[in-house]
Structures are given as C-alpha cells and as structure tokens.
Design a protein around this ligand. Structure first.
Ligand SMILES: Cc1cc2nc3c(=O)[nH]c(=O)nc-3n(C[C@H](O)[C@H](O)[C@H](O)COP(=O)(O)OP(=O)(O)OC[C@H]3O[C@@H](n4cnc5c(N)ncnc54)[C@H](O)[C@@H]3O)c2cc1C
Length: 461
C-alpha cells in the first residue's frame, strides 16, 4: 500500500476535520476486515464524516480523482462486503449515529445510518413501540449496514427482515448528489420503488445516510421456551407441525449438539448438553393468545418426542436464553483459530435433509462443522471450525462448502439468506442467478455507477 497523496489528505481534512481522517497503520488496521474469516484488504485512508453533506463531498472528491469508495458501518458483516479494495477511500459512517425522531402518530423512527440497531429499538421502546428486525449482532451493527445487507434476525419468522420495515432512505449517489426515496405514507406507488433497489445493495449503488423505519406497537406479552431432542429430524418435524397448526412464533431457533455444548460452556444458562438438537421458541402478542400458543407449542414438542420442554420462568431468564443463542458465533469462535460462518438457506420443508447433508459432507471431508440458525426461516449457519494457516485443511473446507452450496441450490435454496454476497460468495452467484439475471444486475450497476466507484469487486467483478 503506497503513501496516500498529500493533496487528497488535505482535501479530506478540510471536508471532515483533521481528527476524522486516519492514515497511521495503528489507526487504520481495524478497518481492513469485517467479521468474515480470512478476508482482509489494504487501507490507505479512512474518513469518518459527520454529516450527509460531508459524505457527498467525499464522494464527489473521489469521483474527481477516479478513486473508489468502500463504505462501512461497524464492520460486523459476514461476507466481506466492507473489506477495502486497493487504493480506495474507506468511508466509515459510525459518527452518523443519531436516532433523530420517533413519530408515534405515524409509527415511524428516523435515524442516521450509523445508529446502532439496538439503539433504534431502544428509542422505539421508550414510546411503547417496537423495531422487530434483531440480527444477532444488533448491539454492535449499524442500521445502515442492516439496510445495505437486508439483514434478518431471530424474529424473522413472524416479523420478516429489514426490508419489511424500510419506508424511506436518504442516499448519496455515486456522483455525489443526495437523493431521497419513500416517506411516512403507508401507501405510495409514485414511480418505481427505488428504495428497494438500495436495500441489500451492499454499498455498491449508493451510500445510505438516513433511514425512515416502520415500527409496531410493542407486544404486551412474550413466552420463551426450550425444547430438546435426541433426533434432529424430530426437531425439524416440530417446526413443520407448529406452522401446520397455524401458529407463527416470533422465534424458532435451532442449535445442534456441538453448538449448544459450546454455548453452554460460554454462557452457562443451563442448556441440556446431552441433547442432539435444541429449539429456542418464542411467542409474543396479546397475553391470552401468547398463553394459548405456548400451551399448544408445548404439546406439539412433546408429540414429536421432545426429551424436555422448559419454559422460561421470568423475563430475565427469557433474555438470558435469547442472549445465549446470540452468543453462538462468539462461543464457537473460541474452539479453533478460524471460524467460517455460512448461511445456506432452504425452504423449511427441506431442513432435515439439508442438515443431514451438511453432517455427511463434513465427515467425508474430515472438517469440523457446527450448525445453528433460524430454523423457522430455513436459514442455517453451518459453521466451519478450522485454521486458515493450514492450506491443506482449507482446501477440504472449501470443497465441503462448495458441495453444501450446490446441495442447497438443488433443494431450491439460496447461497445466502441474510449475510449477502460480498466477496465471500461472488464466485457462486452465477450458478444461483444464471446469466440473464446476472446481466441485469450488472446493467443496474452500470446505470447508477458508470465509473464503478462504489465498493468495486463486491457481489460481482
Ligand atoms: C456475532 C454476529 C452475529 C450476526 N448475526 C446476524 C443475524 O442474525 N442476521 C444477519 O442478517 N446478519 C448477522 N450478522 C452479520 C452482520 O452483523 C450484518 O450483516 C449487519 O447488517 C452488518 O452491519 P454493519 O454495520 O456491521 O455493516 P458492515 O459490516 O460495516 O457493512 C456491511 C455491508 O454494508 C455496506 N454498508 C454499510 N453501511 C452502509 C451504508 N450506510 N450505506 C451503504 N452501504 C453500507 C458495506 O459496504 C458492506 O457491503 C452477524 C454478525 C456477527 C458478527
């Protein structure tokens, strides 16, 4: 990585302020990677703008000098989306961290893109309102990163994903103009739905600076329970039976034995470590409906030979159990030097087949895999526990991963249910989308960003 042009640095400092432009390696190293194992890039300069106007000025400056811009929030991404490319300006939005307004009359929250996801929900909660999308990373991820990845969460089964809550966006376009899409109207069909193009665009089409989100009344009651099984098939069948009984829990999470043992060693919440599979189930809503649903769910679990069904005795215990589940990635990351977390996703009916295939494939390639995930959404996280310094082992991991992706696609699934394509999955994308669709994606990119300034080399080359 060569020295950054002093004239460029001077201009960036004029725009964002002296202290908000970083070049010393000890300051910039943390901006060279995200949460994805074995992916990093060179960082020359990091800019932390304090307003939309400053973002726009940086983008215009980059355009004048033919430099690329890689936007990032908290860098918790799991597909390498914010990994810098050679010679880029890293634009980090964490200073734009304000929740600007909670509008209880219109059920909306307006926030800057760098606001932390949990802070958005906390602001809504102060008005008795609720922002449902809750990625496992919600205490550190930014709302702009969530929109750019269209993130899911533990409550996706009942409440959907980030896209379902975005009503409006402020976006700095690749030429530095500021565009606004959407509004607080519940209905709006004026023109193409442009905001939807930017949701999930992984920093390749524009820089999101502000979001307008839909919020809901906070559920009055919540019940959390754990069901343990000695056969994974019974856990999968329980999920199908709950849905077939026309119950939509807000959370239906799965942990295999390796994950649950690891989580228990880490969080010490009394998980049944002898079980082969564990379901964490949560239902919310009106107290009477919640009580009725919890009762019926328990019956269904028992009918599917659950070893035990445990109901959280208090709100505190429920929070501890959900927090333990959120710690699955960190708990597994303690086992081996490198943790590769994938998010192969299949239609719910294919879950048991998919998990069996993951386990057989791991055994055949002699690699360690632990699996957990959002069972209710068919969204699995087969997690490879490996060591990137061991080339031979990494080849086996890659071969197993490719087979898992191919199998998920053959079941009508997708390479990624929530983490995005980024760098990590772009080699597999053509197989899922096919040429005509991929060409359409490229045409959209060329139209909005003809000079390829924003997040080059992500999603596709
Ligand atoms: C422990 C852990 C648990 C996780 N659990 C979940 C989960 O349950 N569900 C889930 O979906 N994901 C999960 N993730 C992945 C990750 O947290 C999400 O993808 C999150 O949305 C990333 O937010 P971020 O602020 O860290 O974005 P970053 O990682 O900084 O960036 C992600 C992508 O978005 C782009 N981007 C960021 N901000 C902007 C912006 N303002 N404008 C335009 N582009 C932007 C970047 O260029 C990059 O392509 C988890 C990650 C970890 C480490």
């Amino acid at each position: 990585m060569g020295a950054v042009d002093p004239a460029l640095l001077a201009r960036l400092r004029e725009i964002a302020g002296e202290a908000q432009v970083l070049t010393a390696p000890e300051d910039t190293i943390p901006y060279g990677f995200d949460g994805t194992a074995a992916l990093k890039g060179p960082v020359g300069v990091v800019v932390l703008p304090g307003s939309t106007e400053e973002v726009a000025q940086v983008v215009r400056l980059a355009g004048e000098r033919g430099l690329t811009v890689v936007t990032r929030g908290s860098g918790t991404g799991l597909s390498g989306g914010s990994v810098p490319s050679e010679g880029c300006i890293v634009l980090c939005l964490t200073r734009l961290d304000k929740v600007l307004e909670v509008d209880a009359a219109n059920l909306t929250v307006r926030a800057q893109a760098g606001a932390i996801t949990a802070a958005v929900d906390a602001a809504a909660a102060r008005h008795g309102l609720f922002y449902p999308p809750d990625p496992g990373s919600m205490k550190i991820s930014t709302i702009g990163g969530n929109v750019a990845e269209n993130s899911g969460g533990l409550r996706g089964l009942k409440y959907g994903v980030t896209r379902d809550y975005v009503m409006g966006l402020e976006v700095v376009l690749p030429d530095g103009r500021v565009a606004r899409f959407g509004n607080a109207c519940v209905k709006d069909v004026a023109g193409y739905s442009m905001k939807d193009l930017f949701i999930g665009s992984e920093g390749t089409l524009g820089i999101i600076t502000e979001v307008l989100l839909k919020v809901l009344p906070r559920p009055a009651a919540r019940r959390t329970m754990l069901a343990s099984y000695d056969r994974m098939e019974d856990a999968a069948q329980t999920v199908s039976d709950i849905i077939a009984a026309k119950i939509i829990p807000c959370t239906l999470e799965f942990l295999d034995q390796r994950t649950l043992r690891c989580v228990e060693a880490f969080a010490k919440v009394g998980l049944p470590t002898e079980a082969e599979a564990l379901l964490l189930i949560e239902t919310d809503g009106h107290p009477a409906a919640v009580a009725d649903e919890a009762e019926r769910i328990e019956q269904i679990c028992r009918a599917q030979s659950a070893l035990a069904v445990r109901r959280a005795a208090s709100a505190d215990e429920a929070t501890r159990l959900a927090t333990a589940r959120r710690s699955a990635f960190s708990a597994l990351a303690r086992l081996r030097p490198t943790t590769i977390l994938e998010d192969a996703t299949v239609p719910r009916s294919e879950l048991a087949k998919m998990i069996r295939f993951i386990n057989e494939t791991a055994a055949r390639h002699q690699v360690e895999v632990a699996t957990f995930g959002h069972f209710g959404d068919g969204n699995l996280h087969p997690t490879f526990l490996t060591d990137e310094r061991n080339q031979e082992e990494m080849h086996r991991v890659e071969a197993a991963m490719k087979e898992i992706f191919d199998y998920a696609l053959s079941l009508g699934g997708t390479l990624t249910g929530e983490h995005g394509v980024g760098l990590a999955k772009k080699a597999f994308l053509p197989r899922q989308l096919g040429d005509p669709t991929l060409e359409l994606l490229r045409a959209i990119k060329r139209t909005l960003d003809p000079d390829g300034l924003l997040n080059p080399g992500k999603i596709f080359d």
